[in-house]
Design a protein around this ligand. Structure first.
Ligand code: UN1
Length: 500
C-alpha cells in the first residue's frame, strides 16, 4: 500500500506537511504515515477572526446558493470516494467497506443538505391581536466549532459541516489528533468544491485546526463561536459542555453510548445473529452506536449464545485493507489495555468470558488486533454500565420484558437501542413512552449503522445533542420570533391596559 500516492491524489502535498510535529500512525501496524503540522493555541484567535469575517459574507449568500456549494462538495466526495475511504481505513483502522460506507454517509448528508437549503422553513403563528401577524424565522448564527473523534473521522464532520454551511455558517474543525490526515483530505476536497463554486465563498469558510487540548479549549471558550458540536467520550463532553455553557454558547454533544439489544422469544434468531455480529464487532467495537449489551429471553438464550460464540469464532480479523477481513485493529495500545481491564473486571464478578485475547501479534507487533469477546454476566455490574470502546458484548438472560427494558435503561448513557421480536405488543412496548429511553430505538435491526435522514444523538450522558437529519439543522441557526403590527392601533398582549 502506497500511502504517499493516496495522499497525493487527495491533494495533500509536502507544503501541507512541512514542519510537521504530530506523528500519525496507522493502527494497522503502528507505523508512522506522516507528521502533520499543529496549530499553536495562541493562533486560534486569528482563525476565529477569519471565520467571523467569513460569516459576515456567507450569511448574505442566499441559502439555495449555499446549497450549491454543498452539492459540489457531494460531487467531489463521489469522485474521491475510494481514496478517502482508504485513508479512513489507514488512519482509523476500520475495514475498507466501512471506510467506503463512511464516505457514502458524507455524500448522503450533502444530498440531504442541498434539499434542506431550500427548506429552512419558518412558521406563521396566529397573533391574538387584531391587525398583527406573527412569524418565526431562522437565521445564520455564526462560526460553528466541530470537534470530532477518531472512529468516524470524516462522516461526523460532514454531518455538521454540510448543515452548518447551508445554514449560513462558517466552520472550524478540530479533528481527533489520531486522525488529522483524513481531516486535511476533507478540507482539500471542500476547497476543490469552493474553487468550482466561485467568489461567493469567502476565504476561511472552512478551517481545520490540528492540535491538542489547549487548542480545543481556545475554540470552546471563545464567545465568537456560538455553536460547538462535539463528538467523543463522555469525559470530553464533561469538559466541553460546561465551558460552552459558562459563556452561554450552544453545544451539540454526541458522547458515549452503551447500546443494547433485547432478543425476545419470538425473534428471528438468524437475523438477530447477523445484526449482533455486525453491530458488536463492526469497526472493532469502536462506534458510539456499537452493540455492547445483549438481553436474551430465557427461552432462546441456550439457542442463541452458542450460535453467537460460533459466529464470533469465524470473524476474520486482520489488515482492514484486505478483502474478506471483517474486523481491523483497535486504535492503539491504550485501547487494548482498557479492553483487557474491563474483561478482568467482568471476570471478577463471576462472568464467563469467550474470546477477548490479542491476536496476530507476530505479524503486527505494533498493531492491536483482538478476538471479539462475548461475556456472559450474572447481573448488570458496574463494568457493564461503563462504555469500553472495544468489541466486548455483555450478555444476560431475562424472563420478563419490562425487566429487560428496565435493565436496558439502567445505564448512564442513552444513545441507541433495539429489540428483535416479531410480536407487535413487545415491539410497541419497547418504542412506547415506557420503553427505551434512548435517542435511537430500532426494531429488528441492530443499534448501529443509522441512516443520515434521522436525527442522530441521545439522552443522559450521551449529551442530548442531535446531528444529521430531521430538524437537527435548527441547532445551527438563530431563531427569531417576529410580531408585525400592520394596524393603526397599539393593543398590548394579554389585554393589558396601559394608557398614557
Ligand atoms: C459514531 O460512532 O460516532 O450509526 C457515529 C452509525 C453511524 C454513525 C456512528 N452512522 O453507526
Amino acid at each position: 500500500m502506497n500511502y504517499a500516492e493516496i495522499l497525493t491524489r487527495l491533494g495533500i502535498g509536502e507544503a501541507d506537511l512541512a514542519g510537521g510535529s504530530l506523528a500519525v500512525r496507522t493502527p494497522i501496524d503502528g507505523s508512522e504515515i506522516a507528521k502533520v503540522p499543529e496549530l499553536a493555541p495562541e493562533k486560534m484567535a486569528d482563525v476565529i477572526a477569519t471565520s467571523k469575517a467569513a460569516f459576515k459574507k456567507w450569511r448574505m449568500v442566499p441559502a439555495p446558493r449555499r446549497g450549491e456549494l454543498v452539492r459540489l462538495l457531494g460531487e467531489e466526495l463521489r469522485a474521491a470516494k475510494d481514496d478517502l475511504g482508504q485513508l479512513v481505513t489507514l488512519e482509523a483502522g476500520k475495514i475498507f467497506q466501512e471506510g467506503l460506507g463512511e464516505v457514502q454517509e458524507m455524500i448522503d448528508i450533502c444530498d440531504f443538505a442541498v434539499g434542506l437549503s431550500r427548506q429552512l422553513y419558518g412558521l406563521t403563528i396566529a397573533s391574538e391581536r387584531p391587525g398583527h401577524r406573527m412569524q418565526e424565522t431562522w437565521h445564520p448564527i455564526g462560526p460553528v466549532g466541530i470537534i470530532s473523534a477518531f472512529n468516524f473521522p470524516v462522516a461526523v464532520w460532514s454531518w455538521n459541516a454540510a448543515l452548518a454551511l447551508v445554514c449560513g455558517n462558517p466552520v472550524i474543525w478540530k479533528p481527533s489528533e489520531k486522525t488529522p490526515l483524513t481531516a486535511l483530505a476533507c478540507q482539500k476536497i471542500l476547497e476543490k468544491a469552493i474553487a468550482r463554486f466561485g467568489d461567493d465563498a469567502p476565504a476561511g469558510l472552512s478551517q481545520v485546526v490540528i492540535g491538542g487540548a489547549a487548542l480545543g479549549e481556545a475554540l470552546v471558550t471563545s464567545e465568537d463561536v456560538p455553536v460547538i458540536s462535539a463528538t467523543g467520550s463522555t469525559r470530553m463532553g464533561r469538559i466541553v459542555g460546561p465551558k460552552v455553557a459558562e459563556r452561554f454558547g450552544r453545544s451539540i454533544l454526541e458522547l458515549g453510548g452503551n447500546n443494547a439489544m433485547i432478543v425476545s422469544p419470538t425473534a428471528d434468531l438468524e437475523m438477530a445473529v447477523r445484526a449482533i455480529v455486525f453491530s458488536a464487532v463492526g469497526t472493532a467495537g469502536q462506534r458510539c452506536t456499537t452493540l455492547r449489551r445483549l438481553f436474551v429471553h430465557d427461552s432462546v438464550y441456550d439457542q442463541l449464545i452458542p450460535r453467537l460464540v460460533k459466529a464470533y469464532a469465524g470473524v476474520p480479523a486482520g489488515n482492514p485493507l484486505e478483502q474478506g477481513v471483517l474486523m481491523g485493529p483497535l486504535i492503539d495500545s491504550d485501547s487494548f489495555d482498557r479492553m483487557q481491564g474491563s474483561l478482568a473486571a467482568a471476570k471478577e464478578t463471576g462472568a464467563t468470558v469467550h474470546g477477548g485475547a490479542r491476536q496476530l501479534e507476530d505479524k503486527f507487533p505494533n498493531g492491536y488486533y483482538v478476538t471479539p469477546a462475548i461475556v456472559e454476566m450474572k447481573s448488570q455490574e458496574q463494568v457493564m454500565k461503563d462504555e469500553t470502546f472495544a468489541p466486548i458484548l455483555y450478555v444476560m438472560r431475562y424472563s420478563d420484558l419490562d425487566d429487560a427494558i428496565d435493565m436496558q435503561n439502567d445505564v448512564p448513557q442513552g444513545l441507541s437501542s433495539c429489540i428483535f421480536s416479531t410480536d407487535v405488543r413487545e415491539t410497541e412496548a419497547f418504542l412506547s413512552d415506557a420503553g427505551s429511553d434512548c435517542g435511537i430505538a430500532n426494531v429488528n435491526i441492530g443499534p448501529s449503522g443509522a441512516e443520515i435522514g434521522g436525527a442522530f444523538g441521545g439522552e443522559k450522558e450521551t449529551g442530548g445533542g442531535r446531528e444529521s437529519g430531521s430538524d437537527a439543522w435548527k441547532a445551527y441557526m438563530r431563531r427569531a420570533t417576529n410580531t408585525i403590527n400592520y394596524s393603526r392601533e397599539l393593543p398590548l398582549a394579554q389585554g393589558i391596559k396601559f394608557d398614557i
